[in-house]
Design a protein around this ligand. Structure first.
Ligand code: FCB
Length: 454
């Protein structure tokens, strides 16, 4: 399937990329001085991971860096979003840095730049050093300072070369899934702890931005949130209230403090005694201006007061994760953010789908994934026509990888990974994306030439 790039209109500086995270692809879990992370520990809890797997080997990216960099370059993308494993570069989260770990990311960043690809570095994509968890983890206020130290250390070494630094990936997931429902590491089930964690994540983000700017860091600085538009299942007052609360807990709890220096009152009221302890000055720190904000978008939320709404009833396509394919939700969400907040420039930092892929004769015909990506790119274009300032779009994910509690059962890659041989095969979606970028870049060049009269 080919799509004419000219059917979408993106500015020349718009960035196309692919994304991964350290724990999900690197492997080498205990090599070259890396300390254990909370995900290494969590994977050992019986029943925590669907296929009882772990990140010990994953995509073996740590040992296949050069080959994977060539793979990324072969796609023709302009950006690669990756994360740094905190326990690889600073095994206990504080104290000594690990030269071999730092060297790996130096090679990654330099290898990208040599290939003309902009590095987008995330500091915290969930794999907290276990040693810091042992001291209370994100629930303990002291961690805010450990995170700022870590951010400064990384920015001092690489801030001159990475295009962007993201403090945290999806604080809602770390807070809620890690500390309220406990289905993700560190597996805690306590709402008050979860909310305190969310506050410390946000605070550490703001303080890290201040510290990096004071250090003269030249990268653009921001955060990545997982957001969905929340719709009530019916127009009944009970469903509408339930949707409003869900919107508060998922979206406004993060976006209000970041962009308006306040927590939403309805959520604070709902939380009651579970609300976090907030010290004076915290909210102003959280709202330190950002250079960009990243949005990870997969699906919408539909909420009913009795929890009975079933996504299958919508009649829409459902991915292998059980998530409804709903691209117009991305447009709705971006337009709503644009209307309600003073938004910094925005990126889609993750978007993609898990589908049951079959590798046959060296090919993977993943039409559903291609359709998914194409429809969401169109949804971004629609939001831009509505006035949203978008600067890039990144596919989740470059490679099939360790999908957290789902283990290796769910495949999100545009590149297929055969885990036994570690062989990588471009799926049809990767070929489509490469073509799309190529066509689009050519169209941009032609546009530029015609406007400059060249
Ligand atoms: C996001 C995560 C990413 C990946 C996708 C499917 O929540 O940031 O690591 O697991 O979901």
């Amino acid at each position: 399937m080919t799509v004419s790039a000219s059917s979408f209109s993106f500015p020349p500086e718009f960035v196309w990329g692919v994304a991964t995270s350290a724990f999900q692809i690197e492997g080498a879990a205990a090599q070259d001085g890396k300390g254990p992370s909370i995900w290494d520990t969590f994977c050992r809890v019986p029943g925590a991971i669907a296929d009882n797997s772990n990140g010990d080997i994953a995509c073996d990216h740590y040992h296949r860096l050069e080959q994977d960099l060539d793979l990324i370059a072969g796609l023709g993308v302009g950006a690669y979003r990756f994360s740094v494993s905190w326990p690889r570069v600073r095994p206990t989260g504080h104290g000594d840095w690990n030269p071999k770990g730092l060297d790996f990311y130096e090679r990654l960043v330099d290898g990208l730049i040599q290939r003309g690809i902009k590095p987008y570095m995330t500091l915290n994509h969930w794999d907290l050093p276990q040693a810091l968890q042992d001291r209370g983890g994100w629930n303990h206020r002291d961690i805010v300072h450990r995170f700022v130290e870590y951010a400064r250390g990384m920015a001092r070494r690489m801030g001159d070369r990475v295009a962007a630094i993201t403090t945290h990936n999806e604080p809602w997931v770390m807070a809620m899934l890690g500390h309220e429902t406990g289905i993700f590491a560190p597996g805690i089930k306590d709402r008050a702890v979860a909310m305190q964690v969310s506050h410390h994540l946000l605070l550490s983000h703001g303080l890290a931005l201040q510290a990096l700017r004071a250090d003269g860091c030249r990268s653009r600085l921001g955060i990545v949130l997982n957001l969905s538009p929340v719709y009530p299942a019916t127009q009944s007052p009970a469903d509408r209230d339930a949707a409003r609360l869900q919107d508060g807990r998922l979206l406004r709890w993060y976006v209000d403090p970041l962009l308006k220096a306040t927590y939403p009152l309805d959520v604070l009221e709902f939380l009651g005694a579970d609300a976090p302890r907030i010290e004076s000055g915290d909210l102003a720190s959280i709202a330190t201006p950002m250079d960009f904000m990243g949005l990870n978008y997969y699906s919408r939320d539909v909420v009913s007061a009795d929890g009975s709404w079933d996504k299958l009833r919508s009649g829409r396509e459902i991915t292998d994760m059980g998530w409804e394919v709903y691209p117009e939700g991305l447009t709705d969400l971006l337009l709503r953010l644009h209307r309600d907040y003073p938004l910094p420039p925005m990126y889609v930092t993750e978007n993609g789908g898990a589908f049951e892929d079959r590798l046959v004769d060296g090919q993977v015909h993943d039409e559903a994934r291609t359709r998914y990506i194409e429809a969401h790119i169109a949804a971004v274009a629609a939001a831009m026509r509505g006035g949203v300032r978008m600067e890039g779009y990144m596919v989740w994910s470059l490679l099939d990888n360790f999908e957290w509690a789902s283990g290796y059962e769910k495949r999100f890659g545009i590149v297929y990974v055969d885990y036994a041989s570690q062989r990588r095969t471009l799926k049809d979606s990767a070929l489509w994306f490469r073509n799309f970028i190529r066509g689009h870049t050519a169209a941009q060049r032609a546009d530029k030439a015609s406007t400059t009269g060249a």
